[in-house]
Ligand binder design. Structure first.
Ligand SMILES: Cc1cc2nc3c(=O)[nH]c(=O)nc-3n(C[C@H](O)[C@H](O)[C@H](O)COP(=O)(O)O)c2cc1C
Length: 180
């Protein structure tokens, strides 16, 4: 059993990736994991200003919601990032959050297994490649952790469309069950 944090980054009402994340969470709970879900909706997360205050202090100079969310990431064993594909990349919200985890870089972070769940209108297999590579770039700097898996659910566009996609919801559930 692991302590899992699932971070959903779509800000859309009736978000498809949120719907799939709920299925993933159900699967992870059924597999016996402790799961905490954090949505970036309504959160105040400023852009990293690159001041490197964190390199000296291990704390961020910006005092907003990224502080406690980064602490949740730090202390989880497993982290799942959930993102809509925007311009064949991760959402800007997700990238902004990743940048704000810079204070964790020199810390005794606990996470070891990191996953991505993504969704997009395009259903080609290549659609999430840059988003996955982007997350891998973050992981290249957190050497004790690895990308343990990713699931892409394509062909989903309008708000709430994922609600009617039983096959995709089932894939997300099974993905949740398979988390380490
Ligand atoms: C700014 C923006 C950029 C997008 N870029 C892409 C894209 O490059 N490829 C694609 O297939 N879908 C793209 N989409 C569509 C979303 O990925 C799709 O609607 C997805 O289901 C949204 O997930 P959500 O409901 O969880 O936000 C884009 C949507 C937005 C708002």
């Amino acid at each position: 059993m692991s302590n899992v944090v699932v971070i959903t980054t779509s800000l859309r009402a009736k978000s498809n990736s949120d719907i799939l994340a709920e299925c993933l969470i159900a699967g992870a709970k059924d597999a016996g994991h402790n799961v905490e879900h954090i949505s970036l909706k309504g959160k105040n997360i400023r852009f990293c200003i690159g001041c490197f205050y964190c390199h000296e202090t291990h704390e961020c100079a910006l005092k907003d919601d990224a502080l406690w969310i980064a602490a949740k990431i730090k202390n989880a064993e497993t982290v799942v990032f959930v993102t809509p594909i925007y311009y064949y990349e991760m959402s800007g919200q997700m990238k902004t959050l990743l940048d704000r985890t810079n204070p964790l870089y020199l810390s005794d972070y606990k996470f070891r297994n990191v996953y991505m769940l993504s969704t997009a209108t395009d259903d080609r297999e290549c659609t999430p490649e840059r988003a996955v590579n982007g997350l891998q770039g973050w992981l290249d700097c957190f050497e004790k952790a690895k990308l343990s898996g990713s699931l892409f659910c394509g062909g989903i566009s309008g708000a709430n469309e994922a609600a009617g996609k039983d096959a995709e919801k089932n894939k997300a559930y099974e993905f949740g069950r398979s988390l380490l």
